[in-house]
Design a protein around this ligand. Structure first.
Ligand code: EMZ
Length: 387
């Protein structure tokens, strides 16, 4: 198997019964595996809620490591819409040309840096740096803050492996609390200050609400972006003709980004809590149990995608759910798409070839399913494009 191949562990269960089951800290999850069911369930917020106990819709559950409700992620309509409309314009800034210019400069610098090295460990030496530096643009904070975030590692709630790490989470919470206090005392034009000044139902957002948005911003787009970046680079390393194609047909770059998000599905699934006894795929789902919308499985559904297990760089119709679906679709998607697009452009422009030296896969253990989500580490050599 190629190193950049990501097998689909859900195929059999998806095709035979449509759902899978997993245990997660004694709070089991019924996983919806079909594209159609995932989309339908995502719409139905009354029966399948996001606004349960903070952390419960996340798999693995984070109920034991946080009390702060992530906003707008863990809120249901109609209130969800109020919050979302406050934060939405801020998260659309990556569409501005100046934002893209700054991002392009950051990414060009990182690629120049790794070209100077004999070899680079891509997860921490490239993807984590890229994600953290780019986050300074999204937050509109000084560039130097990224040094601190880089030191936190690839997941803000997990240390080595899959274990949830409460102490690590506290570092993030304390940092965010301190930043919010700082912004409250002397506001700037950063995200903390802008949120503190936002109006919600005729009042300002509280510090706890601002914290909820900030925790989501730090946690939600971290390992997901890092995996997307790393996996894309591993793919291009093993498929030099694809890198060549991006050089010759730059107009397909946007489609290739979407296709990579579909294929890699950086976020495997997201949970919902059932509010009343119901059925999913003819399987009884009791009130106060959990189901999940398994984006990774839906994205390989052969009923929707031809050749689902291949990266078709210019796939014409691509209704993937890699950024979720319905009202909770990924708030950071505009930022993530720009990162991926500029990354592919920069690699096409500057890299002649890559060599994968050694690697360790990151396999997510979902009880009956084992899913490759990326790499714990992957050492590579980057060779410049010589014209
Ligand atoms: C939550 C989640 C959001 C969660 C879109 O996903 O991402 C996870 O990585 C975090 O651990 O807290 O933010």
């Amino acid at each position: 198997m190629k190193k950049s191949e990501f097998p689909d562990p859900f195929e059999k269960a998806r095709e035979s019964k449509g759902y899978g089951e997993m245990n997660d800290q004694d709070d089991p999850v019924t996983m919806l595996l079909r594209h159609k069911d995932v989309r339908k369930t995502a719409h139905n917020y009354k029966t399948f809620q996001s606004g349960a106990a903070p952390g419960r819709i996340v798999i693995p559950s984070e109920v034991n490591i946080r009390d702060t409700r992530q906003i707008p992620f863990e809120v249901d309509p109609p209130v969800h819409k109020e919050y979302r409309s406050i934060v939405e314009p801020w998260f659309k800034r990556p569409l501005e040309p100046e934002y893209q210019e700054k991002l392009a400069k950051q990414i060009a610098n990182i690629i120049e840096e790794v070209l100077q090295e004999d070899s680079v460990e891509v997860v921490t030496g490239l993807a984590l740096k890229l994600q953290s530096r780019a986050l300074t643009l999204l937050l509109n904070t000084p560039f130097d803050e990224s040094e601190k975030w880089i030191s936190w590692g690839t997941h803000v709630f997990r240390s080595e492996g899959e274990a949830l790490d409460g102490d690590k989470a506290n570092i993030l919470y304390d940092y965010i609390d301190a930043q919010i206090d700082r912004a409250a005392k002397s506001p700037t034009d950063d995200m903390y200050s802008v949120l503190l000044d936002s109006e919600f139902e005729g009042r300002k957002l509280t510090k706890e609400e601002v914290k909820g948005v900030m925790v989501l911003t730090f946690a939600g787009g971290r390992d997901t972006v890092i995996n997307a970046v790393t996996n894309a680079i591993a793919y291009l390393a093993e498929n030099p003709e694809s890198l060549e194609r991006l050089r010759k047909e730059p107009e397909i770059t946007g489609k290739t980004v979407e296709e990579m998000i579909r294929y890699f599905s950086p976020l495997t699934q997201m949970g919902r809590v059932v509010t009343e006894d119901t059925f999913v795929c003819e399987h009884a789902a009791k009130a106060d149990t959990r189901v999940s919308l398994c984006w990774a499985s839906a994205n390989r559904d052969a009923a929707v995608f031809e050749n689902p297990n291949e990266i078709v760089m210019d796939r014409k119709i691509n209704p993937h759910v890699g950024f979720g679906f319905s009202h909770h679709n990924c708030l950071g998607a505009t930022h993530a798409r720009q990162i991926m697009k500029i990354l592919l452009q920069t690699l096409a422009e500057k890299i002649g070839s890559f060599e994968i030296l050694d690697y360790e896969e990151n396999i997510e253990d979902l009880h009956h399913f084992k899913r490759k989500v990326g790499f714990h580490s992957i050492n590579m050599k980057f060779n410049p494009l010589t014209k």
